[in-house]
Design a protein around this ligand. Structure first.
Ligand SMILES: Cc1cc2nc3c(=O)[nH]c(=O)nc-3n(C[C@H](O)[C@H](O)[C@H](O)COP(=O)(O)OP(=O)(O)OC[C@H]3O[C@@H](n4cnc5c(N)ncnc54)[C@H](O)[C@@H]3O)c2cc1C
Length: 406
């Protein structure tokens, strides 16, 4: 056994939850958290909601509490990114060239927003939203009367639109989809989301994209592929995210779309072999979920950093004790994904993987009010989403179970 710490790269929600999980599972050795941001772990959902709206809110309002189990034996190395991994020597090298040896390694580096799809030529006024610093910068731009164009109509784009409209901005959403949240919610519920945004004055340009940017120092207008020209003081690019895995190039791990892991969250190499001392958790991990099928996927929902962190913590503690981890890893990992979104007074809550569905059915309430929609792939229920009706939506949790072998 080595004296090197359990090294967690990515000091955010999934990294924190893994450290807590390892302690809870009995690991009392040293832990190091290495994080690129200067901030201690904080909660991201308020960045597109309360924090984006409330002047003066900052890290204090969104910081995760650090539990007493992590007060001893934990080193925080913040403001420093991992640059490479030498898995043979069990060493991570950071951006300053400093080596960080490890006994076990956790990859918790999450995602970063995709950048603007066309050249920006250094123009100011173009934003993305992933970090606290992004949110504080965007908040100061969302002043009343500002012309805000949001590229993308996923959750982050729609939530920013709602917040900007509430702030008194003039808001347009430009999207390649026919309706907002099309992939997650389908045409009907997505159409209802559009109707509610329009009721708050948001303009939609669907099946459209960004063709050009006009401005001297700062963006002043955007030209859409349809030929429409929009006044624009603030352009928010919200067209999805990429996993932060560049530092793992050449490490031998399968990082073809996030870090491929097995049901024990142990990394899998390009040779197909499991690496017993390397784990991945949170948004960056790609794993199969037997609740749905055996396809490995990345899932970007808030409850999964906690579920994956808890699970990895158990395996890490067992591995560092020298236990045989195979029975634990083989026990299977089947977390139920869940997401919510707040836009105006509309509260969306969902369970499952709605985006796997080929069919959606309204089963309670009405679209214009509160409602519940079920999502099916063939005959199988793969998701449920409600506007309001929280207790009915919650009651579906027990309906998602791992199929028993025939
Ligand atoms: C604006 C916003 C709103 C959201 N709202 C909701 C919501 O309403 N509901 C919901 O279900 N989910 C929501 N989510 C998703 C949820 O917040 C994420 O699923 C969750 O934050 C993922 O946590 P994570 O720790 O895996 O990754 P992250 O939170 O991305 O953390 C990864 C950390 O690793 C660091 N890092 C990256 N590369 C390196 C490196 N090379 N070296 C060291 N550190 C590195 C990053 O700087 C970051 O601090 C939202 C996300 C965002 C961005």
């Amino acid at each position: 056994m080595t004296d090197a710490p359990l090294l967690i790269v990515g000091a955010s929600m999934a990294g924190l939850r893994t450290a807590e999980g390892a302690r809870r599972a009995g690991y009392d050795g040293p832990i190091e958290l290495l994080g690129e941001e200067n901030h201690a772990p904080y909660n991201r959902p308020p960045l597109s909601k309360e924090l984006l709206q409330t002047e003066g809110h900052g890290h204090d309002e969104v910081a995760f509490p650090i539990r007493s189990a992590l007060e001893q034996g934990v080193t925080w190395t913040l403001g420093r990114a991992a640059a490479s991994l030498d898995a043979e020597r069990r060493v991570v090298v950071d951006s300053a060239g400093v080596e960080h040896p490890y006994s076990s390694l956790v990859i918790a580096t999450g995602l970063r927003p995709k950048s603007c799809p066309i050249p920006t030529h250094g123009l100011q006024g173009i934003h993305v939203l992933r970090t606290l610093d992004d949110a504080v910068g965007l908040r100061s731009a969302l002043r009343p009367g500002a012309n805000v164009v949001i590229l993308g109509s996923g959750f982050v784009g729609c939530e920013i639109a709602a917040t900007a409209a509430k702030n008194g901005c003039s808001v347009s959403i430009v999207t390649q989809s026919a309706v907002p949240l099309e992939r997650a919610l389908g045409a009907e519920l997505g159409g209802e989301v559009r109707r509610r945004h329009e009721a708050h004055g948001v303009h939609f340009f669907t099946r459209d994209g960004l063709f050009g940017l006009v401005g001297e120092e700062s963006v002043e207008r955007v030209i859409l592929t349809s030929g429409v020209m929009l006044e624009c003081d603030v352009l928010v690019v919200a067209v999805g995210s990429d996993p932060n895995t560049e530092w793992l190039e050449g490490s031998g791990l399968d990082v073809s779309d996030g870090v491929l892991v097995d049901g024990g969250l142990r990394a899998v190499g390009i040779d197909g072999a499991v690496r017993p001392d390397v784990f991945a958790v949170g948004d960056v991990a790609r794993y199969p979920n037997p609740l749905f099928d055996d396809v490995a996927r990345r899932v970007e929902h808030w409850n999964l950093p906690t579920e994956t962190g808890k699970r990895a913590g158990q395996l890490i503690a067992a591995h560092l004790r020298g236990d045989d981890c195979e029975p634990l890893a083989a026990a299977g990992f089947a977390p139920l994904p869940s997401f919510w979104s707040d836009q105006y007074d509309m509260h969306l809550l969902a369970f499952g993987m709605t985006y796997l569905a080929d069919r959606a059915e309204l089963v309670a309430g009405s679209l214009g009010d509160e409602c519940v929609v079920e999502y099916f792939r063939g005959d199988d229920l793969v998701g449920v989403c409600g506007i309001g009706m929280r207790s009915l939506v919650q009651s579906y949790r027990s309906r998602f179970t791992v199929p028993t072998a025939a």
